[in-house]
Design a protein around this ligand. Structure first.
Ligand code: GAR
Length: 208
């Protein structure tokens, strides 16, 4: 069983998609051993609680300096002994040492077709605002392994989603979630848990 920890910041619809997929058997060989939020009182924590998954808050505001937050966050991860860490709408920068401590074991979902609309300042609804501002006709979502760069790690999977005339950022976000994110992320976890994909250097390698 792949011991999987999910890191979240807010609503947790991606977390819910993962929980549902484990329950329905769409994700196999996977145990959700913990959910870590950087915010108190978010819906993600309720979702974890309802599913009986141990859930924790490690909040930067509780620490005077960033290094102390990073240490507390790394300590919590280490307690949970993860084989896989899923950043499912985790909207704070992860500690640098996390990547070297868990090489090839961290994945992230991003709500655009990387390398478009990613990197510093592109998160959550902002990504869709920028996509609409630029007038792209196609957007989508990407699941990738996490490396030292921001949204630069090896791409595991992507799915395109149409932008429609008159879309608001909220409407586009909803379509990208429904048509791409909630499908791609559980599938990537199942693929990793069953040895169908892994990270090798700068590539995500898929078994054929
Ligand atoms: C999702 O759209 C996810 O792709 C995005 O935040 C949202 C979280 O929603 N992540 C990023 O922008 C990461 N750069 P959720 O809490 O309902 O899953």
């Amino acid at each position: 069983m792949l011991r999987t920890v999910v890191c979240v910041s807010g609503g947790g619809t991606n977390l819910q998609a993962i929980i549902d997929a484990v329950k329905s058997g769409d994700i196999t060989n996977t145990e959700l051993v913990g959910v870590i939020s950087n915010n108190y009182g978010v819906k993600s924590l309720e979702r974890a609680e309802k599913a009986g998954i141990p859930n924790f808050v490690v909040c930067p505001k509780d620490y005077e300096v960033r290094d102390d937050f990073h240490k507390a966050f790394m300590d919590k991860l280490s307690e949970l002994k993860p084989d896989l860490i899923v950043l499912a709408g985790f909207l704070v920068r992860i500690p640098e040492e996390m990547v070297s401590t868990y090489p090839g074991k961290i994945i992230n979902i991003h709500p655009s077709l990387i390398p478009s609309f990613c990197g510093k300042g592109f998160y959550g609804l902002k990504v869709h605002e920028k996509a609409l501002e630029r007038g792209v006709k196609i957007t989508g979502a990407t699941v990738h392994f996490v490396n030292e760069g921001m949204d630069e790690g090896p791409i595991i999977s992507q799915k395109a989603v149409e932008v429609k005339e008159g879309d608001t950022p909220e409407a586009l976000q909803k379509r990208v979630m429904e048509e791409a994110e909630w499908i791609l992320l559980p599938k990537a976890i199942d693929d990793i848990a069953n040895g169908r994909v892994h990270m090798e250097g700068s590539r995500a390698v898929r078994k054929v």
